[in-house]
Design a protein around this ligand. Sequence first.
Ligand SMILES: Nc1ncnc2c1ncn2[C@@H]1O[C@H](COP(=O)(O)OP(=O)(O)OP(=O)(O)O)[C@@H](O)[C@H]1O
Ligand SMILES: [Mg+2]
Length: 387
Amino acid sequence: MFADLHQLSHHAAWRRQLEMLLESAGEGIYGIDLRGRCIFINGAGAELLGYTPDEVLGRNMHYLIHHSHADAGLMPVHDCRIFKAFKEGRGCRVEDEVLWRRDGSAFAAEYASYPIRDGGVVVGAVVTFSDISERKRTEAALQQAHAGLERRVAERTAELSAANRQLRQASDGLRRLSAHMNTVREEERAHIARDIHDDLGASLTAMQLELNWLRQRLAGQTEALAHIDAALEIGGTAMGAVRRILNDLRPGVLDHLGLWAALECLLQDAQSRGSLRCSFACPPEVERCRLGRDAEIAVFRIVQEVLTNVQRHAGAAQVLLRARAVESDLLIAVEDDGCGMHVPAQPTSFGLLGMHERAHAIGGTLMLDSVPGKGTMVSLRLPGALA
Ligand SMILES: Nc1ncnc2c1ncn2[C@@H]1O[C@H](COP(=O)(O)OP(=O)(O)OP(=O)(O)O)[C@@H](O)[C@H]1O
Ligand SMILES: [Mg+2]
């Protein structure tokens, strides 16, 4: 088919057809002989270069349009890729060079050069080229936009991580502050409890002793004795109140009998106050362990708040506190069968926040597990507490 075409191309009608094809092409097309001289060029090609076809024919195309790089540095002919390729009898496609116009301006060009063979012998090359300045401009603009975008993303990421760092620092600070406040509060409570115990407790005891002395002296004086009994009763009630307040401020049982006895007392108190049935389950190997003063106070306060919540909000019939060991971790779970709740993703109310903070301050984690209508379970895990 190629041979036929070759034959036919000598035919005048075919020459005409081929010329029409060349002229209709939007790209520039020219041919060169082995010495690089132009043997044909189509109108589009000449126009792109700012010449008429006649002005180009016979001229050495390298020196005419391809003599320099984009930075105007000379391009020796032996560096010219068109020249090299057709000398070696192969094709090449280039899109990172410029071609030069008649008026001395250059344009970014894409060109392809393929050898023209006559019976297997290379006699020249045909070069197609087009002006890709617009494409290059768009590519450059795109690249610039992309770089700008990347810069902005990097800046924004840096800003966000700085903000994140600040937030973490602030939240760490708040955590430390909260832990410190808890310690200060416990110390303050212990201090007040000591004062009340020593002053008020001692005065009430002294008053009771005095009243009892008086009672013995006034034997038989019914009216006076009735007043003394009333005063003794008031004293007894006041003593009870003092004991309750002292216990709230600083549960003595925690200091004397340890955490587990103190927790059992909390449950007994809750049960004695209403219709809530409270159970306590703690294996002996856990009951034997002491956690240290700060951890015991924190656990005690957490369970105290959990039980207060059960009594205030749950409407539960029973509550069960279970402590167990999982390897060296201590797990304490308080479970009620009350109304349940929607567990907030982040606790914001002070009771729940305080429990989380106290747990965190002693290296533990607190989990709330609840579904409305299905009760609530609050679990505290203290890693390594039983090691
Ligand atoms: N065991 C529970 N059963 C049902 N709802 C509960 C239970 N525990 C907590 N809640 C719900 O979670 C909310 C938040 O509890 P939190 O202890 O933080 O606040 P509070 O008890 O309302 O107030 P505060 O503890 O500050 O006096 C409660 O208002 C209640 O709606
Ligand atoms: Mg509460």
